[in-house]
Design a protein around this ligand. Structure first.
Ligand SMILES: Cc1cc2nc3c(=O)[nH]c(=O)nc-3n(C[C@H](O)[C@H](O)[C@H](O)COP(=O)(O)OP(=O)(O)OC[C@H]3O[C@@H](n4cnc5c(N)ncnc54)[C@H](O)[C@@H]3O)c2cc1C
Length: 359
C-alpha cells in the first residue's frame, strides 16, 4: 500500500474533475489491509473507497479525508460445486472488462453482457452494475467486506446486499469496503437470449436468439462503441462517467405511449419498466454535441454528458441540472443522477432523491 497527501481527484476519475483529496491510499496487496485500518484510525473515520473512478463526480473543493483506491487484482476459480457452476472469486481492484474477457475465454457464462463497462469488480455490487439484460445480482454468490462499524471482516450473501436497479446497501454508504466478490458462473458455449434490438441486429440474429459467448461480446461491444460507451475508443467524448442519469421507471400507460413513439422501453429484472434517459434527453430537444455549461456538453455520439477543457465539477453539475429540468418540463418525467458524488456539491446532490451524500 502507498499513501500520499493532497492528491488531485481529477487524476483518479474518468471525468478528470475534482480538487485534492487530503490523503489517498492505494491498496494493491490484500495483505496490507491492516495498514489501511491503521491509516483510517489516524484519519479518525472510515475512508471513502474508490475503484477506477468511472462512476464518480468529485467536487472542486476535493475531499477532506482519506480516500482508498482499491488496486488489488486476482481471480480464483472453484470447480468443486455439485450444481456444475463455477465459483469465481475476484479481488476488488480487478478490472471488470478484463474479467469478462477472462471468463469468456474459460467458457463461463453470466457476465458477458457486461463487456466494455469500465471500472473494478469491487464496485460492481455498489450499483448492481448491469447492461443489456444482465446484472451482477444474477450471478453474485457472496462478498467479503470490511465493516467499518464493527471493525471486522464479514461475509455478505446477496440477501444482505439490498441489490436493486443500480442500487444496493453499499450505494451512498461508506460502512463497508468490498474486498472480494464471488460470482457463480455457468459453463456454456452460448450467451443469454439477445433481448435488446440493437444487440440482436449487431449479432445478425432475430430478437431473443442466443449466439456464442464471444459473438455476444462482439455484438455488445459494437453497440457500445457506436454510442461512445467504451472508454478507450470515445475520442473527444472520453471524459465521461457513462450514463449521467438512471433510466426512470414508468407506469404501464406511459410505457405504452412511449413505445408507440419509438422510445426504447425495457422490462428490468426488478419487475419495473424503464425508458432510456438518453431518449428522453433527445425527446426534450437536446442535440448531440450541444454545449450546456462551461466545459460541459452532450457527447457527440450519445445522449449523455461529457467534460471538455474548462469544465469544473460545478459546471458539470449545472449542465446535469439543466438537462433534468428541461426533461421534466418536456415529458413530466423526473431524472435521477447515477454517478456518485465525492465531496461537497449540493447542486449535484439535489439530483439524487436518496441523498447523494458525498461524505
Ligand atoms: C463509458 C462508461 C460506460 C459505463 N457503462 C455502464 C453500464 O453499462 N452499466 C453500469 O451499471 N455502469 C456503467 N458505467 C458506470 C461504471 O462503469 C460502473 O458503475 C462501475 O462499476 C464503476 O466502477 P469503478 O471501479 O470505476 O467505481 P468508482 O467510480 O471508483 O466508484 C463508484 C462507487 O462505488 C464505490 N466503491 C468502489 N469500489 C468499492 C469497494 N471496493 N468497496 C466499497 N465501495 C466501493 C465508490 O465509493 C463509489 O461510490 C459506465 C461508465 C462509463 C465511464
Amino acid at each position: 500500500m502507498w499513501l500520499a497527501t493532497n492528491v488531485p481527484l481529477a487524476s483518479l476519475t474518468t471525468l478528470r474533475l475534482g480538487g485534492p483529496a487530503q490523503e489517498v491510499a492505494v491498496l494493491d496487496d490484500p495483505g496490507d489491509f491492516p495498514e489501511l485500518v491503521a491509516a483510517a484510525g489516524r484519519a479518525g473515520s472510515a475512508p471513502r473507497v474508490i475503484g477506477a473512478g468511472s462512476n464518480l463526480l468529485a467536487a472542486d473543493d476535493g475531499y477532506p479525508g482519506l480516500v482508498v483506491r482499491m488496486a488489488t487484482t486476482g481471480v480464483r476459480l472453484d470447480t468443486s460445486q455439485d450444481d456444475g457452476r463455477v465459483l469465481v472469486t475476484v479481488q476488488a481492484g480487478h478490472d471488470l472488462d478484463a474479467l469478462v474477457a477472462e471468463m469468456v475465454a474459460e467458457g463461463l457464462s453470466g457476465i458477458e453482457c457486461l463487456t466494455g463497462i469500465p471500472g473494478t469488480v469491487g464496485a460492481t455490487p455498489v450499483q448492481n452494475v448491469g447492461a443489456y439484460g444482465q446484472e451482477v445480482s444474477d450471478t453474485l454468490a457472496n462478498i467479503r467486506a470490511w465493516d467499518w462499524t464493527t471493525g471486522q471482516e464479514t461475509e455478505m450473501i446477496p440477501a444482505h446486499c439490498g441489490l436493486g436497479h443500480r442500487t444496493s446497501v453499499f450505494k451512498h454508504s461508506k460502512r463497508w469496503t468490498i474486498l472480494t466478490v464471488t460470482l457463480a458462473l455457468t459453463p456454456s458455449k452460448l450467451g443469454p437470449p439477445l433481448t435488446y434490438r440493437a444487440v440482436a441486429d449487431a449479432a445478425g440474429v432475430p430478437l431473443g436468439e442466443q449466439v456464442l459467448l464471444d459473438e455476444t461480446v462482439a455484438a455488445i461491444r459494437q453497440v457500445r462503441d457506436e454510442k461512445g460507451m467504451i472508454l478507450d475508443s470515445c475520442g473527444s467524448d472520453g471524459r465521461t462517467a457513462g450514463s449521467v442519469f438512471l433510466s426512470p421507471s414508468i407506469p404501464a400507460d406511459t410505457a405504452r405511449h412511449l413505445r408507440a413513439e419509438g422510445a426504447p422501453v425495457n422490462d428490468f429484472p426488478d419487475g419495473k419498466t424503464r425508458v432510456s434517459a438518453s431518449w428522453l434527453m433527445s425527446a426534450a430537444g437536446f442535440s448531440l454535441g450541444q454545449r450546456l455549461a462551461t466545459g460541459a456538453r452532450i457527447s457527440t455520439r450519445h445522449f449523455t454528458l461529457v467534460a471538455d477543457d474548462g469544465a469544473t465539477a460545478a459546471s458539470f453539475a449545472d449542465a446535469a441540472a439543466t438537462v433534468a429540468e428541461q426533461v421534466q418540463r418536456a415529458t413530466g418525467i423526473t431524472l435521477t443522477a447515477e454517478p456518485d458524488l465525492l465531496g461537497n456539491l449540493p447542486a449535484y446532490a439535489r439530483l439524487s432523491p436518496h441523498g447523494n451524500l458525498g461524505f
